[in-house]
Design a protein around this ligand. Structure first.
Ligand code: PLP
Length: 461
C-alpha cells in the first residue's frame, strides 16, 4: 500500500522521536555499542545484531523464561526469543540440568553418546522420517540437504520461493523483483553466478513451478511449508499436494525447512498437515538455545545416498565423507540438551499452552485492528503470530513487496522496545515459549493499542 509523502515524513519524524527516547533510556547500551565498533566488523559479535529499530541493540544482562533484562536495568517481555532460537524460553530448567551434567562429562569427543539413540528414535516418532543427521545450525542442515540432493540427482539447481530465507545458503539468496531474478534483500553480489545454481519462483505460483521443474535441472525444491521470513505467506489450498506431485514427477528432491514452523506443534507443520518431504530440516530451538540443527531423510533418499556412499565399508577410514557437517555437529552437549528439549520442553502439553497464548495475542490484535478499522491483518502458525500492515495475507513475495509498509514496521518496533516489548527485528512476529504468561500477552495488547492511538493522533492511519 503506497503512502503519501506527508505520511512518510510523519512516520520518519515519529521514528526520530522514538530513537531519541531509546538513546536517552539506554546510555549503557549506547556506550557499549560505541565500544563494540572498535573490534567487531559491524559493531557486535554478529552483523545481524545491528538491525534493531532503536538504532543500536540493547546489551543483555540476563534472560529467563520469557523475560529479559538489559544492562540499563530495563525489563522486557520477550516475544523475539532469539528469532526462534529461544522458543523453549530462556534457560529452561530441563536444558540447564542436562547441559550442566553433560558439561561435566565432556562436550565434544567426535564420538556418539547413548543419548543420541533416544534422540534419533524420538525424531522419527515426531517427524516420521527414519534417518537423521545432526548439524550445528539450520544453515548447515540446509547446505547438507542441498548437497545430498545434488549428489543423488546429479543436478545443479536449487529452486526456492521468492521472499524465502534459509540461512547463509548461497542458493537461496535470490528473489524476484518486477519479474526479474535478483539478489535478495540488498545482499551484495559476490561473484557467484546465482542463475547457474538457483531458480526462484513466486510462492503459490504452480504454473511457474511446473515450468521451473520441467527443465529437469532442479536437484531440490527448498521451502518453508508456510513462508515466515518475509511476513507470513500461507500456502493456498492444494499448493502442498501439487508441489509434492510435481517434484515426484520431475525427480526433484523436496526439502521442507521447519526451522521456524516447528512452532506449529511437536512434529512441525509436516506432521500437523501430513506433508511428505524427502528431507526435513529443523534447527534453532531444537536443543533449547544450544547451537544445533538436523535433517532427516526418507528411506528412499537414504538408499540412494548409500548407493554412492556405502553405509558399511570394511575399510571405513578410507571411505568418502559427505562434504557436509562439521567437527562440532552432533556433539554430546547438543545431543543431551536436544534430549531434554524433546522429552521435557517442546512437549504436547507445552505446545497447547504456547498455541493458546499465540491465539490470544492474535485475537487481541485483530480486535484492536478492527475497532480502528485498519487495513491490517494477523496470521498465526501455532505458537507464532504476525501482524502485517496489509489488508489480507499475501499470496507471494510480490504481494509483500507491493504492500509492505517497512517504515511503519520500524516505527512499531522502536515503539515496542521503548515500551518493554521485544519482537524479532526483521518483521512483526511474536513467538510464545512455555514460560510466556497471559499477563505478557495482555501487556502486548495494551502497547499495540497505544501505538495505534499514536498513529491516529498523527493522522498516519
Ligand atoms: C526457515 C529458516 N531456515 C534456516 C535458517 C537459518 O538458521 P541459522 O541462522 O540458525 O543457521 C533460518 C534463520 O532465520 C530460517 O528462518
Amino acid at each position: 500500500m503506497t503512502m503519501t509523502k506527508a505520511e512518510d515524513q510523519t512516520i520518519d519524524a515519529l521514528l526520530d522521536a522514538e530513537q531519541a527516547r531509546f538513546l536517552n533510556d539506554h546510555p549503557r547500551s549506547a556506550a557499549a555499542w560505541q565500544k563494540g565498533q572498535q573490534h567487531y566488523l559491524f559493531g557486535g559479535p554478529s552483523h545481524w545484531m545491528r538491525r534493531w529499530a532503536g538504532g543500536f541493540p540493547i546489551y543483555v544482562e540476563s534472560a529467563q523464561g520469557a523475560r529479559l533484562q538489559d544492562i540499563d536495568g530495563r525489563a522486557y517481555v520477550d516475544f523475539c526469543l532469539g528469532d526462534t532460537g529461544a522458543m523453549c524460553g530462556h534457560t529452561p530448567a530441563p536444558v540447564l540440568r542436562a547441559a550442566h551434567m553433560q558439561l561435566a562429562r565432556g562436550t565434544t569427543m567426535m564420538l556418539p553418546t547413548e543419548d543420541s539413540l533416544w534422540v534419533g528414535e524420538e525424531l522419527t516418532r515426531r517427524f516420521g522420517l527414519p534417518y537423521w543427521t545432526l548439524t550445528t545450525s539450520a544453515t548447515d542442515a540446509n547446505r547438507g540437504a542441498i548437497r545430498i540432493a545434488r549428489m543423488i540427482t546429479g543436478r545443479r539447481k536449487v529452486l526456492v520461493f521468492s521472499g524465502c530465507y534459509h540461512g547463509g545458503v548461497e542458493e537461496a539468496h535470490v528473489e524476484l523483483r518486477d519479474g526479474k531474478v535478483g539478489l535478495r534483500n540488498m545482499i551484495h553480489p559476490n561473484g557467484v553466478d546465482h542463475g547457474a545454481v538457483s531458480k526462484v519462483v513466486e510462492f503459490n505460483d504452480l504454473e511457474a513451478l511446473e515450468k521451473g521443474l520441467a527443465e529437469g535441472d532442479v536437484a531440490c525444491v527448498l521451502m518453508e511449508p508456510i513462508m515466515t521470513n518475509f511476513g507470513m505467506i500461507p500456502p493456498l489450498e492444494g499448493f502442498h499436494a501439487a508441489v509434492r506431485d510435481m517434484t515426484r514427477r520431475t525427480g526433484s528432491v523436496l526439502v521442507i525447512d521447519e526451522t521456524h514452523t516447528l512452532s506449529s506443534g511437536p512434529g512441525g507443520y509436516t506432521a500437523l498437515h501430513g506433508l511428505e518431504p524427502d528431507i526435513l530440516v529443523a534447527g534453532k530451538a531444537i536443543a533449547g538455545g544450544i547451537p544445533a540443527a538436523l535433517f532427516g531423510l526418507t528411506r528412499e533418499i537414504a538408499e540412494r545416498v548409500w548407493k554412492l556412499v556405502p553405509r558399511v565399508n570394511p575399510r571405513i577410514r578410507q571411505s568418502a565423507h559427505l562434504g557436509i557437517g562439521g567437527t562440532l555437529a552432533g556433539n554430546a552437549l547438543t545431543v543431551a540438551t536436544m534430549r531434554a528439549v524433546l522429552s521435557e520442553v517442546l512437549t504436547p502439553a507445552n505446545y497447547e499452552i504456547m498455541i493458546g497464548l499465540a491465539s490470544r495475542l492474535a485475537e487481541d490484535a485483530r480486535v484492536i485492528i478492527s475497532a480502528h478499522q485498519l487495513p491490517w491483518h494477523v496470521t498465526q502458525v501455532g505458537a507464532r503470530a504476525e501482524i502485517m500492515f496489509m489488508p489480507s495475507p499475501p499470496k507471494s513475495g510480490a504481494d509483500v513487496i507491493a504492500g509492505r509498509r517497512a517504515n511503519l514496521e520500524t516505527l512499531l518496533h522502536a515503539f515496542y522496545i521503548n515500551e518493554g516489548i521485544l519482537v524479532t527485528p526483521f518483521h512483526t512476529m511474536f513467538l510464545m515459549c512455555p514460560a510466556t504468561e497471559a499477563a505478557d500477552v495482555a501487556r502486548h495488547a495494551d502497547v499495540f493499542e497505544r501505538f495505534v492511538k499514536l498513529l491516529r493522533k498523527a493522522s498516519v492511519v
